[in-house]
Design a protein around this ligand. Sequence first.
Ligand code: NAD
Length: 367
Amino acid sequence: MARKASDGLGGKAKRKASKCAALENGNGGHRGAVAVTLIPGDGIGPEVMAAAVRVIDASGVRVKWDTQEAGAAALKRYDNPVPAALLTSLRRTRIALKGPLETRVAEGFRSINVYLRKAFDLYANLRPTRSLPGIETPFRNVDLIVIRENTEDLYAGIEHQVTPGVVESVKIITARASTRIARFAFEFARRNQRKSVTAIHKANIMKLSDGLFLKCARRVAADYKDIEYREQIVDAACMKLVTAPSSFDVLLLENLYGDIVSDLCAGLVGGLGLVPGANFGERGAIFEAVHGTAPDIAGRNIANPVAAILSGAMLVEYLGHPRVAERIRTAVRRTLRSGKAKTPDLGGKATTTEITEVILEELKRAT
Ligand code: NAD
């Protein structure tokens, strides 16, 4: 079945709703430019976000960027990883383009990513993972949509020490969150002419929590007879993904499985430098690549900006410019196909700036 190239939610209604949400919140008042909060982020964030902003600005879409710090950068400067100015900006714009934020392992403040997704109820994480031309991988024509529940599961952050040497992390799964993410997945599938939705779970072990997730998904699936509904246990799904990715279409996952499986899917198409993403709620969205701060390559101008630029294309589509979004994607595809500028993660020697320049050149040509 033919599929749209669209990465966004698709459908005029959703775009209209998103624009209305922006306007209701005082957005859209900058002589035609839409205000968008820009969070450069930590590590490679400022480098790849600068590239995404250059491409969006060059695309002709009028955005008034409100740059705000968060995470480690904000902690250093304001002694607060979530400054009040950031929250005020997000409440006003309801739309952000965000770089990755550092979260320390086994210490430090809680993830600001998780905080922002919960605070603004951005319950759906959408990660379109597609093969790109000019990228050598074991598989061609990978076309997977990872849809991850964003607000609960083990990410609820409820952990405590029962007694020294024994700790407990609580996994929260609710019918409300499971139902709405399942509905998001089926709506996405229907609007984008996708064939199937596979709910990925571990309900053989977590019979109550993952069992509830599945019950909700099954109930929602009954309303979408035009879309095939399947279920697969997460470990078997991982094996199948790395041997026969084309047997999947839309993947529906709880928060933790979604996080892990989306990185696995990124590996199938050439790595984290290539996969965009977005977090959607009823009244706003934050666009961000799947990758993290990549501290191993930060500050060297060698990070791959493609994931950030493609996340920018998703933002442009959300703002109501699907054709411009497609022009940006075309420019990225042509750049990669030409092999003119490949960053080291793709086996080349190009810098972040060099590949961005080629994408900007291709954008001028793309119609
Ligand atoms: P990572 O995604 O930052 O890096 C994993 C590997 O992929 C590294 O080798 C890195 O160099 C490479 N990589 C990632 N993005 C790349 C790009 N654009 N171009 C080229 N190579 C790229 O994951 P990590 O090292 O596990 O995490 C580092 C930090 O990022 C942690 O603090 C983590 O909490 C944070 N993180 C944040 C987000 C987010 O803000 N949404 C997401 C994931 C991880």
